[in-house]
Ligand binder design. Structure first.
Ligand code: PEP
Ligand code: MG
Length: 756
């Protein structure tokens, strides 16, 4: 038998039908309302490749060095070709078509979904890697099944299995064929609170097909229900701008604007909420553990589309990466600066001058330097703490230390002169102090050597309507960043990646070739995109000032600028050097082709609509369709904020406040100049005013707003922005938990205020 009916499938069939189908079968068997369907079993796929004699060639074709992008692409192409160009045996084809016909009148629209299986390997690991096709009919049904089989060899999937050491020939694929539910509304439901496990049902609902909610394309309504009493505790009705629907002409799923009168309308009726609660209780009871359910409403019926255990519930442990309070003996005080990365740690001083060899930094040392450089990152990972003479909260040392979870104090003035090699000091990255000796700390800030994968904190994650994302600047921090549970990456800077090449982009391309440059970018960005998939990752094109490039090989060719902050950086440089710019865009395009559809593209330091249009044209000219991918710009210049309507007209999906720059340009305070650092105030009323007006204009036009500057980690800024209706806030890794709490607090306050 090539196929099995869902009602005959149980969770024990995981090995032959994959996780998705096993779960649907289990739900069907439990009497829950699942759209009818069948599974083309994993055995059918295996027999297909073996009987056709393509198995050996297939597995050897994908046995490549997946760090070699060309080899990876060729492997994918060959595997795809072998599978889709091999004829499916007639009896298999017939069985699939027969099963399909028996589901309705022969014209039923079905969803064709991959369901990967692997003995002893968790199915969840392959989430999102294989294809799904919606609104399929008989004509292309078998082709779509073959496409699903072939998607086992997408570039992403090959890369992933190689990284994790999963043998390609031990992974199989089943395909679920299920009646499409032409959903009028849909969403997700957590049968218990997803972080605390409390008996609260959380429902998110939006108009149209569920993809819009799952992919985060729309802010859904949110209902929190007491599971015991069935009472709605809180309800947030969001403005729902888009919906996914089936195009009647083509049968394809398309994104449409929600009609004006439905945008702010509550999605679910009380009867539908009651029905969902009933189903939620039943499904949790059936599995004996809290579930994360996808559901849809069609023709007045509620259907269950998928159910998975919730894996995010915390079992009560609560710890943070920060160290404890130190002894407050002021006699020991040596230096003060800006507390740039929280935590307290003690260690032996290692003064690093630019000429020094970084291998002198041992595990657990305190690095003391004028200013950190990109090539110091490996040593920074070994360090217990970092102290610099120069720099502010947005300097290299501050950004990288926070991402690595290493306590840091920056801008101390004469640290390199005051401190001596071997001297034991205690660095308090919260207070911004360096003290003599090893003072009492409750806990080490971070386990030395575990900086890139240590937990950031295991506090329960509140559910918020405003998304909370995280900033990432070095791929080494991707895993720590993902562990925060953030809703995605609000800013992935690529400057640190480029600066770590040791050469300016132009010199690197001249010496190593443009292909090598594109691959370096792909590798770095892919690490983050993979870690977060399917959560969105907003990657920004290059924005480093010439004084940073000057320190690199090739830096002598950089223009000599009196004021680099007002100079040749961001989109200005990119538009002036289109070849280099297009290599960046080419790297993003290839990542899209590999399946990283969670990437979004952001352009820095734009002035006006003209800049935005020019950037968009370059994107289109390398082959990235601006109407199909999410892209947007940073709002960092007063001109871009004041003229945001013109920018909106160019078709951006989002804007994101870069308050590090916006503040310096609104207040005319150089962000890197310690002489005026006391005047650098992101909460200045005029900075807030310009941001508030920008949010208003974007909300009116249905464009998402975000913040990815350092100020997004400050509670006062969070309070202001949530009240103004910002879509998302992107914070530093160490601040995500606090920002989530603050967002949740402000949102609850707003709801309370509205009912009082
Ligand atoms: C900003 O300006 O706030 C920002 C996030 O960009 P960068 O710090 O990289 O200039
Ligand atoms: Mg900036």
């Amino acid at each position: 038998m090539a196929v099995a009916w869902l009602e005959d499938v149980r969770s024990t069939d995981l090995g032959t039908v994959g996780g998705k189908a096993a779960s649907l079968g289990e739900l069907t068997g439990a009497g829950l309302p699942v759209p009818p369907g069948f599974v083309v079993t994993a055995g059918t796929y295996r027999t297909f490749i073996e009987d056709a004699g393509i198995d050996e060639e297939l597995f050897s074709a994908v046995d490549v060095d997946s760090e070699d992008s060309d080899a990876l692409e060729a492997a994918h192409e060959r595997a795809h070709e072998l599978i889709v160009e091999t004829e499916v045996p007639e009896h298999v084809r017939e069985e699939i078509v027969e099963a399909y016909r028996s589901m309705g009148d022969g014209e039923t629209f079905v969803a064709v979904r991959s369901s990967a299986t692997a003995e002893d390997l968790p199915d969840a690991s392959f989430a999102g890697q294989q294809e799904t096709f919606l609104n399929v009919t008989e004509d292309d049904l078998v082709d779509r099944v073959q496409e699903c089989w072939a998607s086992l060899f997408s570039q992403r999937a090959i890369y992933y299995r190689n990284q994790k050491g999963f043998p390609h020939d031990e992974v199989d694929i089943a395909v679920v064929v299920q009646t499409m539910v032409d959903a009028e509304k849909s969403g997700v439901m957590f049968t218990s609170h997803p972080s605390t496990g409390d008996p609260r049902i959380i429902i998110e609902a939006a108009w149209g097909l569920g993809e819009a909610v799952v992919a985060g394309a729309v802010s859904p309504d949110n209902y929190v229900v007491d599971r015991t009493t069935g009472e709605i505790e809180t309800m947030t009705v969001a403005t729902k701008k888009v919906m996914h629907v089936k195009d009647d002409e083509t049968g394809e799923t398309v994104e449409r604007e929600v009609p004006e009168d439905k945008r702010d309308q509550q999605v679910l009726t009380q009867a539908e909420i009651d029905r969902l609660i009933e189903l939620g209780k039943k499904v949790e009871e059936h599995y004996g553990e809290p579930q994360d359910v996808e559901w849809a409403v069609a023709g007045g019926e509620v259907y269950m589309l998928q159910s998975r255990p919730i894996t995010t519930i915390d079992d009560g442990a609560s710890s943070t990466a920060e160290g404890g309070e130190s002894d407050d003996d002021t006699d020991d005080h040596l230096l003060s600066g800006l507390g740039a990365s929280p935590g307290t740690a003690a260690g032996a001083v290692r003064v690093v001058t630019k000429l020094d060899h970084l291998d002198q930094v041992s595990e657990g040392d305190v690095i003391v330097t004028e200013m950190t450089m990109p090539d110091m990152v490996p040593a920074m990972k070994r360090a217990a703490a970092i102290v610099t003479d120069e720099g502010g909260m947005t300097s290299h040392a501050a950004i990288i230390s926070r991402e690595l979870g290493v306590p840091a104090v920056v801008g101390c003035g004469g640290a390199t002169r005051t401190l001596e090699n071997g001297q034991m000091v205690t660095v308090d990255g919260e207070m911004g102090t360096v003290r003599n000796g090893t003072l009492a700390t409750d806990a080490p800030a971070v386990e030395p050597g575990s900086n890139d994968d240590g937990p950031v904190g295991t506090r329960p994650k509140p559910v918020t309507a405003t998304e909370v994302k995280v900033n990432v600047s070095i791929p080494e921090a991707a895993s720590r960043a993902a562990q925060t549970g953030a809703d995605g990456v609000g800013l992935l800077r690529i400057e640190h990646l480029v600066l770590s090449l040791g050469k300016t982009p132009e010199r690197y391309i001249a010496d190593e070739g443009s292909e090598a440059y594109v691959k370096e970018l792909m590798d770095g960005v892919r690490t983050v995109a993979e870690e977060f998939y399917p959560r969105p990752v907003r990657v920004r094109t290059l924005d480093a000032p010439t004084d940073e490039f000057r320190q690199l090989e090739g830096g002598e060719d950089e223009p000599n600028e009196h004021n680099p902050m007002l100079g040749y950086r961001g989109i200005r440089r990119s538009l002036d050097r289109p070849e280099v710019f297009e290599h960046e865009l080419e790297a993003f395009k290839r990542l899209y082709e590999m399946g990283y559809d969670n990437l979004e593209i952001m352009f820095p330091l734009v002035t006006d609509g003209e800049d935005v249009a020019a950037a968009r044209e370059h994107m289109a000219s390398v082959g990235i369709d601006p109407t199909k991918r999410d892209w947007g710009v940073m709002i960092e210049t007063p001109a871009s904020a004041m003229g945001v309507e013109d920018i909106i007209d160019e078709g951006v999906d989002f804007v994101s406040f870069g308050t590090n720059d916006l503040t310096q340009y609104v207040l005319a305070v150089d962000r890197n100049n310690e002489h005026v650092s006391d005047r650098f105030d992101e909460l200045h009323p005029q900075v807030l005013a310009i941001m508030g007006d920008t949010i208003d204009a974007c909300r009116a036009a249905g464009v998402d707003t975000s913040i990815c500057g350092q100020a997004g980690s400050h509670p006062e800024m969070v309070d202001f922005l949530v009240r103004k209706g910002i879509t998302s806030i992107s914070a530093n890794i160490d601040a995500v938990a606090d920002v989530l709490d603050e967002v949740s607090r402000v949102e609850s306050r707003l709801i309370l205020d509205s009912v009082r």
